[in-house]
Design a binder for this molecule. Sequence first.
Ligand SMILES: [Zn+2]
Length: 444
Amino acid sequence: MGGEFRNREIETMTPAELARIQEEKLARQVRYVYERAPFYRKKLSEAGLRPEDVTTLGGLARVPFTTKDELRDSQLADPPLGSHAAVPLADAIRVHSSTGTTGRPSFVGITRHDASVWTDLTARSLHAQGLRPQDIVLHAAGLTMFVGGLPVKDAIEHIGATFVPIGTGASEKAVMALQVLKANVLHCTPSYAIYLAEYVRANYGLAPQELGLERITVGAEPGGGIPAVRQRIQNEWGARLTEGMGNADMAPIIFGECFEQGGMHFNAQEYIIPEIIDPESGERLAIEQGVSGEMVYTAIDRECCPLLRFRTRDRVIVTATECSCGRTSFRIRCVGRTDDMLIVLGVNVFPSAVKDTISSLVPETTGEMQIVLDAPGPKVAPPLRIMAEYGNDVTDLPALKTKIEGLIKDRLTILSKVELVPPETLPRYDMKGQLVRKAYEEAR
Ligand SMILES: [Zn+2]
């Protein structure tokens, strides 16, 4: 069967063959940053390394990590792109920014070559998710500055599919595009896929699946990988959901899930070296099924803002290292961001796991919930406060509360206190969802 792969050779390569390509490009990239990016010359020198020490995957493990804070400091000290940039802004063709979930955003410049690399790897991730030239894609995400905007447009057009730029906050246009243009693919955040379904029901008196959507590709938050949330979106739309994941400082969509729907394949084989590390010790972990840790990226084909061993703060779990689709790259799920993690009496809790539990009880709940923090995290004194919406037909609220608290105890091994609220009282989000409410900030 033709067209299963965008680049058959790369996507079906053995790990040994791929390592050879990656090491060759790594050696070249390290020499390049050492010569052109003062930030990395200093970092490597301080670690007692010269470019010739970093020519293998083993050698890469000796390079100190790059953190988001360092990038921010580098740009503050040496604006606009920072001393980790290897070419001036004038040589870039476009600038993006990472909308920092923590603090000041950082700018990311790309050259023409960088843009072509981004287009290729992003197209590969979208192709893995089933995107083909005949598709009409409704892109309901931000187009300004956001790496999930224009670079994704480039990739969709590169495949030859039809790109429909809806943007955000334009649900009426989105419905029009579904009805008139017969868009069959929706690209958005999981929160928006749910929001739009509710919008269609409320304003058009239609069931979302009547609009004929076939596939939904989601990203930018973990929702697509939360089983109960995924199930809910697929049921609402009668469409198949797959997810992708990128990183604003590294590349738009680095991972993309194939039709097996068992985790996202790594699709930037010859452009990025991925590592998974123990977030506490920084030790590199073997990429094997079941391994969980923080995702770290090294760009090996980048001109403007090349990063070595960049810590993403994304917590991932390896779901498999082989697949019936024939791709040889490993697959992951993202369980959340390190910044979002809560610790309840020594137990690590990602808000996405609480969301999964609440969503698994639809229709007894609406699936909507928020964790309420009365003091700054990550440590939370038990019980964990959770607000959840009960479903329309629920009459016995005390029984539902007991059921949810019991389920959370069973699944997450923590004590919780659930406050049930009527349907449609918690805030809805048409971009990224907020699973945690910082009540202590509101009280100030
Ligand atoms: Zn696969």
